[in-house]
Unconditional design. Structure first.
Length: 220
């Protein structure tokens, strides 16, 4: 009898190719494309424009500006990595000398000022807020409208209260030579205004997401 071929399947070889292709496709999705880079540039400009709006002087030489509104809006709209890149680029350009920081300032000397802690914290606050917003909005089972609103409020407040304000207090203690109680008192003066900015950012973000539901990326 002629020899018969062994036609038993080879599971390792059969499954390796599809898995490799899947990993390649997933890796390709993680790379930023022209749309991502455009969004990063647009929101960097948005934060810079908000920073140059007239400021209201407040305690310890740190003014009230529209920075936090623009940063929270950036995070809620484009997600953690792109928001971190956009806000981080804004900070880097400001420290490089462009007069785009609050009060038309720029340069490394800003890091010796009382607002240094707030400035350094901005990209990390954007990343946290954007990550929480993405988790809430990109669920396979969408949250109800009230749930989405509360989730975005929680995301914005978390980035503000857990990152920006503690870093700001540290900067006031280091650069303004304030004791902790005095730095805390100076920082608390910003809190009501920042919470109002969070609420405005959430209201705008909900409207934008209704018009552009895929802005944060694919559902999980």
């Amino acid at each position: 009898m002629p020899a018969t071929r062994d036609r038993r399947p080879t599971p390792d070889t059969g499954s390796a190719v599809p898995q490799t292709r899947l990993r390649r496709r997933q890796g390709a999705r993680r790379r930023w494309d022209a749309t991502d880079l455009s969004l990063i540039g647009v929101f960097t400009a948005l934060v810079a424009a908000a920073s140059l709006a007239p400021a209201i002087p407040l305690a310890a030489g740190v003014p009230i500006t529209l920075q936090m509104l623009a940063i929270m809006l950036t995070a809620l709209l484009i997600g953690p990595t792109r928001a971190f890149a956009a806000v981080g680029l804004y900070v880097v350009l400001g420290l490089a000398g462009l007069p785009i920081l609050a009060g038309f300032r720029g340069g490394l000397a800003v890091l010796a000022g009382p607002s240094a802690g707030y400035l350094v914290a901005f990209p990390f606050a954007a990343a946290l807020t954007g990550g929480l917003a993405a988790l809430a909005l990109r669920r396979r089972r969408p949250l109800p409208r009230v749930g989405r609103a509360l989730a975005l409020v929680g995301a914005a407040v978390a980035g503000t209260v857990l990152i920006v304000h503690p870093a700001g207090i540290a900067g006031l203690m280091l650069n303004a030579r304030l004791a902790f109680p005095a730095a805390l008192a100076a920082d608390v003066a910003f809190l009501p205004v920042d919470l109002l900015k969070c609420a405005v950012a959430v209201a705008v973000a909900l409207t934008v997401h209704r018009a552009f539901p895929a802005l944060l990326g694919p559902r999980r």
